[in-house]
Design a protein around this ligand. Structure first.
Ligand SMILES: [Zn+2]
Ligand SMILES: [Zn+2]
Length: 168
């Protein structure tokens, strides 16, 4: 399976599947954040267009409705308002592949075992005392067949200088 990671079969029913997705992500956060504050787990809804499905490429989730990125990989985009720019650092599970540069490699595109590439997404995160995201997990559910996948397993966010030029 290599870099495709582990997928588990899940309920195809939407409500049940959604709950299974939340469990998948929150369990990851619980397991390795023993002493930290409680993790919060939420479904991801695009704040621009309200879509709830995402394409997942090279550690980033792109809204299927409007194509805007969530900011998982660098904390920059507007999906996480008020956060510092960051880079992700793996905890005990390696991060998904992401090669520097503008080209997207086939192995960086996340697909379920049946080859679908659009997912319901949930994140689990813990916050620092000043409400910055400290650690982040991303879980995916294929709405077509219910497959579940923990895409990012408790990565830590490491503050960095802004990765992009400021926009006006
Ligand atoms: Zn959108
Ligand atoms: Zn699928």
């Amino acid at each position: 399976m290599g870099s495709e990671g582990i997928w588990t079969a899940g309920p195809t029913d939407e409500a049940e599947g959604g709950r299974a997705l939340l469990r998948t992500v929150s369990r990851a956060a619980e397991q390795s954040e023993g002493d930290a504050g409680a993790a919060e787990t939420v479904f991801v809804v695009c704040r621009w267009c309200g879509a709830q499905e995402f394409e997942v490429v090279a550690r980033e989730c792109f809204c299927y409705g409007c194509c805007l990125p969530l900011g998982v990989s660098d904390g920059w985009e507007d999906g996480f308002p008020g956060q510092h720019p960051w880079r992700l650092e793996s905890s005990y599970t390696p991060l998904p592949p992401s090669t520097p540069g503008p080209r997207i490699l086939p192995e960086e595109v996340c697909r379920c075992p049946q080859g679908h590439g659009v997912f319901e997404t949930a994140i689990s995160f813990t916050l620092t005392d000043d409400q910055r995201i400290r650690s982040l997990s991303v879980g995916l559910r294929c709405p077509d067949d219910g497959y579940l996948h923990l895409y990012i397993d408790n990565a830590r966010t490491v503050p960095v200088d802004r990765p992009h030029a400021p926009r006006s």
